[in-house]
Design a protein around this ligand. Structure first.
Ligand code: UTP
Length: 291
């Protein structure tokens, strides 16, 4: 089994009900933050971490994602004819090479664990990454690249983790911590999906970045349902604890929950403020709105 992480799964089969009606005919993952869809940020993060194969687990109404990662000859010809070289470069820059992208359909949104399981034949017997596009991370070193380094050292599972307010533990997969020697790399002793604040073993939560060993497919195979009646990835990961090293990485960077309206709007403001061309204008807008 190769130990280098070369493949990444992008589960994009969810219904995005929190963003209806915006997501009635458009996937949530195509919602833009400033000038790029969420899914493009996730793919670029994976590219920066050395990922070579991009596996999308899609569902109904997701064809715009396929179109986004495909050549658009008419558009490119028009941009060329009009001399719009910068715009042309922008639509070509992030394009994976032919054969690097694969799509499979989840058919029914039965949960994140089920979406990951749908990609089992495309992943095969090697470690792989999972990136949830609605967790957008602003970081100097992309979050997945930080995790790949830890996985190379530990030769085990690695998930990105962060502290959340105790009253929000029922929204996340929460860690039982076995060891926290350096405040960065946490040894995981247990995982609980969406515990009530009173029952949560910690406030350290798993966010949407994972590096997993292929053993997880064996656990997902059973299609056991968990919190919310969904097939949960957290429950399958919990079964791997004790068999192999399993670490949480307190990554460096800021995570925006773009699956939530306020988090999505916050991401737009933060990325616009950090944008080279828009930052100054945006600062003036924010000041005006808050005055
Ligand atoms: P969410 O839990 O945010 O669910 O999924 P959702 O359906 O997209 O959104 P809401 O809650 O109805 O607004 C987190 C990620 O997992 C994917 C989603 O597409 C999203 O990227 N997912 C979720 C699947 O691919 N399949 C599923 O069955 C569930």
């Amino acid at each position: 089994m190769s130990s280098r992480v070369k493949k990444a799964i992008f589960p994009v089969g969810g219904l995005g009900t929190r963003f209806l009606p915006a997501t009635k005919a458009m996937p949530k993952e195509m919602l833009p933050v400033v000038d790029k869809p969420l899914i493009q940020y996730a793919v670029e993060e994976a590219q920066a971490a050395g990922i070579e194969e991009f596996i999308f687990v899609t569902g109904r109404n997701k064809t715009t994602i396929e179109d986004h990662f495909d050549r658009s000859y008419e558009l490119e010809d028009s941009l060329t004819a009009r001399g719009k070289t910068e715009a042309l470069e922008e639509v070509r820059r992030f394009m994976p090479s032919p054969g690097q992208v694969a799509y499979t359909r989840q058919m029914e949104p039965l949960g994140l664990g089920h979406a990951v399981w749908c990609a089992r034949h495309l992943v095969g017997d090697e470690p792989f990454a999972v990136l949830l596009a609605d967790d957008l991370i602003m970081a100097e070193t992309p979050c997945l690249a930080q995790m790949v380094d830890v996985a190379a050292e530990t030769k085990g599972n690695v998930v990105a983790v962060m502290d959340v307010p105790r009253e929000q533990t029922n929204r996340y997969g929460i860690l039982k911590v076995n060891g926290d020697p350096d405040g960065r790399r946490v040894e995981i002793g247990g995982l609980v999906e969406k515990p009530k604040p009173a029952d949560a073993p910690s406030t350290l939560s798993v966010i949407g970045r994972y590096i997993l060993m292929p053993d997880v497919f064996g656990h997902l195979e059973r299609h056991e349902t968990g919190a919310g009646g969904e097939i949960q990835l957290t429950d399958a990961m919990a079964k791997m604890i004790g068999n192999r090293p399993f670490h949480g990485l307190r990554f460096e960077g800021t995570r925006f929950d773009c699956g939530d309206k306020v988090g999505f709007l916050e991401a737009n403001v933060a990325f616009a403020l950090a944008h080279q061309d828009l930052g100054d204008d945006m600062r003036a807008v924010v000041r005006r709105l808050c005055a």
